[in-house]
Design a protein around this ligand. Structure first.
Ligand code: UDP
Length: 314
């Protein structure tokens, strides 16, 4: 099997490339390195079954040879990016998805779209099941990402209905692990880096908002199971264990062994106050559920950030 992975040098994309290669797939990794990092796939470039192409998927691309699967993961995805890169996000969700779908259609390949829990916006229902249509502000500070991904889902379904393309849509909830960017603003890397440096952890709002954190290896297994399934409707993947951000901060300082304090900052506008996936469908249709506990996953992630900061001399 040969896969094209757009966004393959990103956090999730690079772990997917690793996983596919270890399952004897050939992989073409495509990335424009806007928020991806070549270092994430550096260990793969010497492999004959791996190819890296620096390309922006918002520009059309013609590839020679067969491709069996297009995994479309390319997009900036952190809330800081929503402010810094809104046009890039809207372009990759629309033009990028169109180009990726066209590659799949021309090659007769299957197609998997990395969507997001952000399609549910600031949810008025908890946990969020796939049937929930969401509560999204179309002009709010998160709208570039939310609407880009909602459009991408609609376009993917349109290709399924019009051309019979075999598509999968995964709605990814908060995921963490090694290779997250230390400065991407997301809560897990931010808190870990602050705790390692002995700085105060910046809790937004009162810290009572909730999230549910899935370790990267669990997510990748779920994506792979979905990819091989017959399911053509959206599937939530995430960890249903919900935790407040204040509690997360306390757990991270404890695991790092840091005496960092917590400092409270204003809650950014438009943030969801709670988020927790209903994974009934993934459980029953894919036989998937997360295995890695928050404590185990945080320990591995902290170890990686510690090693990376030592290697980087900071
Ligand atoms: N958060 C925080 N301090 C930070 C970064 C994030 O308290 O330095 C909170 C943020 O308010 C949100 C949660 O952590 O409630 C998750 O934020 P993140 O940016 O990781 O992703 P989101 O789930 O909002 O997309």
């Amino acid at each position: 099997m040969k896969a094209l992975v757009t966004g393959g040098a990103g956090f999730i994309g690079s772990h997917l490339c690793d996983f596919l290669l270890s399952h004897d797939w050939e992989v073409i990794c495509l990335d424009n390195l806007l928020t991806g990092d070549a270092a994430n796939v550096e260990h793969l470039v010497s492999k004959a079954s791996f190819q890296f192409i620096k390309h922006d998927i918002t520009e059309p691309l013609s590839l020679e040879g067969d491709i069996d699967y297009v995994f479309h993961l390319a997009s900036p995805a952190s809330p800081l990016d929503f402010q810094k890169l809104p046009i890039e996000i809207l372009k990759v969700g629309s033009l990028g998805t169109l180009n990726a779908l066209e590659i799949a259609r021309k090659k007769g390949a299957k197609f998997l779209l990395a969507s997001t829990s952000e399609v549910y916006g600031d949810p008025q229902q908890s946990p969020q099941s796939e049937e929930y249509w969401g509560n999204v502000n179309p002009v709010g500070p998160r709208s570039a990402y939310d609407e880009a991904k909602r459009f991408a889902e609609a376009l993917t379904m349109a290709y399924h209905r019009r051309f019979g393309l075999d598509i999968k849509i995964v709605r990814i909830f908060n995921t963490y692990g090694p290779r997250m960017r230390k400065d991407d603003g997301r809560v897990v890397p931010t808190f870990i880096v602050q705790a390692l440096q002995g700085e105060p952890l910046t809790v937004f709002g009162d810290g009572l908002q909730t999230r549910s954190f899935c370790y990267i290896s669990d997510l990748i297994e779920g994506i792979y199971k979905l990819a091989l399934s017959e399911i053509n409707s959206p599937i939530n993947l995430g960890n249903p264990e919900e935790i407040t951000i204040r509690e997360l901060a306390q757990r991270i300082t404890k695991l790092v062994g840091s005496d960092s304090s917590l400092t409270y900052k204003p809650l950014p506008e438009g943030e969801p106050k709670m988020r927790r996936p209903d994974i009934t469908k993934a459980r029953s249709l894919l036989g998937w559920q997360p295995k890695v506990t928050l404590e185990e996953g945080l320990k591995k992630t902290i170890a990686w950030f510690r090693a990376a900061s030592q290697a980087g001399g900071s």
